[in-house]
Design a protein around this ligand. Structure first.
Ligand SMILES: [Ca+2]
Length: 140
């Protein structure tokens, strides 16, 4: 095999990254956390006039066979930009980004805080994934 042959270095690479965006709602009455995957509409419903709080939790996993670097994590409402991502995500390794969000009075209706992640292999191939975080906001 020649090093100039396209694909020589990447032939054994099967990179993959996954993200799961969950919504965690703490019920004060029962002191219990409820976890919603938010993958389909409508997701959990919030009454915006009560200033409800939701924890958005992104779980990122390296599901390929090569380590990934240059990780970039983002979501629709921008909260994920405050999270620290590891320099390298080893094969089968995960990290979690969680933050608290107070649901504003507006907008109401169907919302989606989708999480998106990307990472690069040492060969420079970018892998990415996105996952929905649907929730519904009503006024009363
Ligand atoms: Ca989800």
């Amino acid at each position: 095999m020649s090093a100039s042959r396209p694909g020589y270095y990447t032939g054994g690479e099967a990179g993959a990254i996954s993200i799961q965006t969950d919504l965690v709602v703490h019920d004060l009455i029962t002191n219990t956390d409820f976890v919603y995957d938010g993958d389909t509409q409508p997701g959990p419903t919030f009454t915006s006039s009560g200033s409800p709080m939701v924890h958005f939790r992104h779980t990122v996993t390296n599901k390929g066979n090569v380590p990934l670097t240059s990780l970039k994590l983002s979501d629709t409402i921008g909260g994920a930009s405050g999270c620290t991502v590891p320099a390298t995500l080893a094969v089968s390794q995960s990290f979690t980004c969680e933050y608290v969000y107070t649901v504003p009075l507006f907008p109401i209706g169907q919302q989606n805080n989708a999480g998106t992640v990307s990472g690069q292999s040492i060969c420079g191939t970018t892998y990415s994934d996105t996952n929905n975080g649907y929730y519904f906001v009503k006024v009363f």
